[in-house]
Design a protein around this ligand. Structure first.
Ligand SMILES: [Zn+2]
Length: 217
């Protein structure tokens, strides 16, 4: 108890988007971000091989900063708050029923250097909210250059082509799969993962992410 008090005194809880100090009644997000964060509206834009997709926010402003801190700045403790928001969004969009909850894996070497797989942590947090255990269905077999360094959509598709394999196709057969990722940029990674899962026998693949780069309508 005293330790928790001391911890709060030394590290007062901050809004995970704008990093302002939270008031007593606020959790995870300040009132301003609750109201004004760039929520992703329903978009009719379709990505190849995906039966549907959703995201909590658009990837810009405070959302971009927050996800970069989560991914590259060691803020793994953001995962539960992100998970709560993404689970809420899935329920709102009617995407919370599926057979398998899975996630885009990072290459083992990258996980080793980062110390954690940020998408796996997100999947665990979403799973905890929805009462399901995420299942690893894909493995990254090539250590591709990071997608974030590649702008051209065709190059991004080429970069991830053949980079993933399905782990146990027999468990995927005829299943509706929800694939989680942190950011949908051009959709190249999510589409490639969906293609692999469908080839392995999955019935449908949906994708949900924390943020999406503003897709065309
Ligand atoms: Zn805020």
């Amino acid at each position: 108890m005293i330790l928790r008090w001391l911890f709060k005194l030394l590290f007062p809880p901050k809004c995970i988007l704008c990093r302002s100090l939270l008031a007593k009644e606020e959790t995870d997000f300040c009132a301003d971000c609750q109201r004004n964060a760039p929520e992703c509206e329903k978009s009719y834009f379709r990505f190849s091989f995906l039966a549907g997709w959703t995201a909590v926010w658009y990837y810009k402003d405070t959302v971009r900063g927050s996800i970069l801190r989560y991914k590259f700045g060691g803020r793994r403790h953001y995962a539960p708050a992100y998970g709560r928001r993404l689970a809420m969004k899935l329920q709102k969009d009617g995407m919370d029923t599926f057979d398998i909850l899975t996630f885009v894996p990072i290459a083992p070497l990258r996980k080793l250097s980062r110390g954690y797989d940020q998408v796996e942590l997100l999947a665990n947090a979403v799973g905890a909210e929805l009462g399901v255990t995420p299942c690893r269905t894909l493995r990254k077999i090539r250590n591709t250059p990071p997608q974030s360094g590649i702008k051209d959509p065709a190059r991004r598709r080429a970069n991830v082509l053949g980079a993933y394999v399905a782990l146990s196709p027999q468990q995927l057969r005829g299943k509706r799969i929800l694939l989680l990722d942190d950011i949908i940029t051009t959709g190249a990674t999510a589409s490639e993962c969906a293609r692999v899962l469908l080839t392995a026998g999955a019935k449908e693949v949906y994708c949900a992410a924390l943020a999406v780069k503003n897709p065309k309508k």
